[in-house]
Design a protein. Structure first.
Length: 468
């Protein structure tokens, strides 16, 4: 283990008038929820879920605190990290004053470790529930374990297996994430020089990262929303047989709105415009369907790409980018829609698919990741092979030519698990884990070599193909 590297005490704030640190009442839990981003109006699934889970646990009598990074990037392992106190949803939010995307320090960053130790000293908790260590340091898990705390980690994506988050390469989903030689090939384009020596250093770094992840995660209580992601971690040697499958719950969206259908059947694409979401596939599938169907695209898109996206879609009046949306907009956006369209190469247990079903709208989805665990072909939606625009178009045409199919799929939608139901399940698990927790220090390897092999990190990726 690296020696403790405690930044000077003045870096840390004096406590604000939050609830008094420590246990608040007999039998009442104090739980820290840790993730990679938390804002007032979340645009992505994990942060929206974590915020809603915090509210649901609070309603069940749990005292919840949040922790997430917010601030400029940390550039190297010697950067000191402070933290501050604010509030989110009227609950305490603790924020690291930096974020960390450096490949060489995201496994263990002494500054984040020191700040986290200080947080746990100032705000004692009964349990730490991690949802992500991306943008901070994987070693935060170890810091919490060192304190003798029960540590829970919900697996929301492949971050602990893949430094690029989603196990996606130029061909789509990587079918061998357990093969570190293939991982090295994915990353070697970012080497300063593609020498054999640097390639071996990169492979060494990835090996140490995987060894560390296997060691630390074996000490945590692991939850996976999908069987797909659970099995992916098993393949990579993470806690074999020890991951609990616990599907996520969803905050109620209220009643679906009625809509007076005008024009051709309307399909909806929801979600941030990222390469992994494969908007280009949806556009390709719908391009020949002018006059037969329309496609509305809703989601966040980088400002510098919005103009290009709109210009690219301008020849197709039946395909329109509508811009970002808030979750409260969904009953209006999905009112009267024929189906939601999801084309992703990778998904764990996506929020938008469950939101659509909660509002009574069937889903056409790629058979990727955990999507088939939500969308059951021929029951509440239709599935097509990932990356196959022609197959997606055929699914759309099935709904266009068979109005009875749309109604049958609507009737096949089962009630969606709520966040309140999941919070109750988690509370039972929290109590059981707190009762059996014991101090089990973790000694694990840490990357030490190769700090100069990269020309830059994070890499400035090639221009994302998010449309044809």
């Amino acid at each position: 283990m690296l020696p403790a590297c405690n930044p000077p005490e003045p870096l840390f704030p004096d406590p604000l008038p939050f609830p008094e640190a420590g246990r608040t009442a007999a039998g009442k839990l104090r739980v820290l929820q840790v993730t990679h981003c938390l804002v007032e109006e979340p645009q992505a699934g994990t942060e929206s879920y974590v915020a809603n889970l915090g509210k649901a646990l609070t309603d069940l009598g749990v005292e919840v605190l949040f922790l997430a990074p917010e601030g400029p990037p940390a550039t190297n392992s010697g950067d000191a990290v402070s933290w501050r106190e604010t509030r989110l949803l009227d609950l305490p939010l603790l924020q690291f004053d930096r974020h960390n995307q450096n490949f060489m320090t995201h496994v263990r960053h002494p500054g984040f470790d020191a700040a986290f130790r200080n947080i746990l000293q100032r705000h004692p908790v009964d349990l730490v529930h991690f949802h992500h260590t991306y943008l901070s340091s994987i070693s935060l898990l170890e810091v919490a374990l060192e304190q003798g705390l029960p540590v829970v980690l919900t697996l929301h994506d492949a971050w602990h297996l893949c430094p690029l988050l989603h196990c996606i390469n130029a061909q789509g989903f990587c079918d061998s994430p357990e093969d570190l030689d293939r991982c090295a090939i994915c990353l070697e384009s970012w080497l300063e020089e593609r020498t054999e020596e640097n390639k071996q250093k990169l492979l060494h770094i990835l090996t140490i990262r995987r060894d560390y992840v296997q060691a630390v995660l074996s000490r945590c209580r692991l939850l996976s929303p999908s069987r797909f992601l659970r099995n992916l971690h098993y393949r990579c040697g993470v806690a074999p047989g020890g991951i609990i499958h616990l599907p996520l719950g969803l905050e109620d969206l209220g009643p679906a709105l009625d809509a007076d259908p005008k024009g051709p059947p309307r399909f909806v694409f929801l979600g941030n415009i990222l390469p992994v979401k494969r908007l280009d596939l949806a556009v390709k599938a719908f391009t020949p369907l002018e006059g037969q169907a329309s496609l509305e695209i809703w989601g966040g898109c980088p400002q510098d790409q919005q103009k290009t996206l709109r210009q690219t879609l301008s020849p197709f009046p039946h395909i329109r980018y509508r811009g970002p949306y808030q979750r409260s907009d969904l009953p209006r956006i999905l009112a009267g829609a024929t189906a939601l369209v999801m084309c992703s190469d990778f998904e764990n247990y996506p929020l938008v698919a469950r939101e659509s079903l909660m509002l009574g709208v069937p889903v056409i989805a790629s058979r990727a990741g955990g999507l088939p665990e939500i969308v059951h072909h021929g029951e509440n939606g239709l599935l097509f092979p990932p990356g196959d625009a022609k197959a997606l178009r055929c699914s759309v045409q099935r709904l266009l030519h068979r109005p009875d199919l749309k109604e049958r799929l609507r009737r096949g939608i089962a009630p969606v698990k709520t966040i309140t139901q999941e919070a109750g399940e988690l509370l039972d698990l929290y109590h059981s884990w707190k009762a059996i927790c014991s101090r089990r220090p973790v000694t694990c390897p840490t990357p030490q070599a190769g700090h100069t092999v990269f020309k830059a990190w994070p890499p400035s990726s090639p221009p994302a193909t998010i449309w044809p």
